[in-house]
Design a protein around this ligand. Structure first.
Ligand code: AP5
Length: 222
């Protein structure tokens, strides 16, 4: 039998490197990357009522209410591409209630990756971060500079990427992190996220390889 597609969650403080790792993971493993923050920013960009409400919370670094977030994420994960290829969920759940809303079976992850990065590094990462609106790639002026001048001139800055806003986002994260971690203890992989992006990926890569091997062995023996 064909092994079940992977269901992976990645979590960590603001600017801990979730989006960066997701880009590398999806390239190798073909999973569908679903980022709660990106779904919300898409709502804002299309000017929907949910987007308008969400922006008020995001500007304050607070969690957007579950009424908006939970269905939005569930619907995206239920689409055929994510169901067929497996998914990599970034930035959800961020509270115990969001984890509970996902239930015990359908949306239970096979692996819950936690990127651990000291706070002083996070602020520097946020301030130097830039986004390429054309490719969606994440850059950092010091750690991952753009490859060409053409890319450099079109880079944008996120509205919540200031020192003041990231401190608010961090406070929200610190208030919720323990409760979320306690929900997935049995499948948690803690990773040192302060290393280079290649070294961080190497830690994740070996866990995912092992997970897939175990899965193949089990499905082969059915
Ligand atoms: P969201 O968009 O998820 O933001 P976040 O959690 O603050 O995380 P970031 O996207 O800022 O960072 P990241 O970890 O992806 O880091 P990145 O790879 O870019 O959420 C935004 C807001 O939406 C929230 O505040 C909330 O209001 C709302 N929201 C989202 N989800 C929600 C939910 N479930 N419920 C309710 N509300 C929700 O890296 C950062 C920088 O560092 C980059 O420049 C990168 O190049 C660099 N970098 C990355 N890795 C390395 C490395 N190893 N070494 C050196 N530099 C690195």
């Amino acid at each position: 039998a064909k092994p079940e597609p992977l269901k992976i969650m990645i979590s960590g403080a603001p600017a801990s490197g979730k989006g960066t790792q997701c880009e590398i993971i999806t390239k190798k493993y073909g999973l569908v990357h679903v980022a709660a923050g990106d779904l919300l920013r898409a709502e804002i960009a299309s000017g929907t009522e949910n987007g308008k409400q969400a922006k008020e919370y995001m500007e304050k670094g607070q969690l957007v209410p579950n009424e908006i977030v939970v269905m939005m994420v569930k619907e995206r994960l239920s689409k055929p591409d994510a169901q067929e290829k497996g998914w990599l969920l970034d930035g959800y759940p961020r509270s115990a209630s969001q984890a509970i809303a996902f239930g015990e079976v359908e949306f239970k992850p096979d692996l819950f990756i936690v990127l651990e990065v000291p706070e002083e590094i996070l602020v520097e990462r946020v301030i130097g971060r830039r986004l390429d609106p054309v490719t969606g790639r994440i850059y950092h002026l010091k750690y991952s500079p753009p490859e060409t001048e053409e890319i450099a001139v079109r880079l944008t800055h996120r509205f919540d990427d200031t020192e003041e806003k990231v401190k608010l986002r961090l406070r929200t994260h610190n208030q919720n992190v323990e409760a979320v971690l306690s929900m997935y203890e049995d499948v948690t992989l803690k990773v040192d996220g302060s290393a280079s992006k290649e070294e961080v990926f190497a830690q994740i890569d070996s866990a995912l390889t092992k997970l897939l091997e175990d899965r193949k062995a089990t499905s082969g023996s059915l």
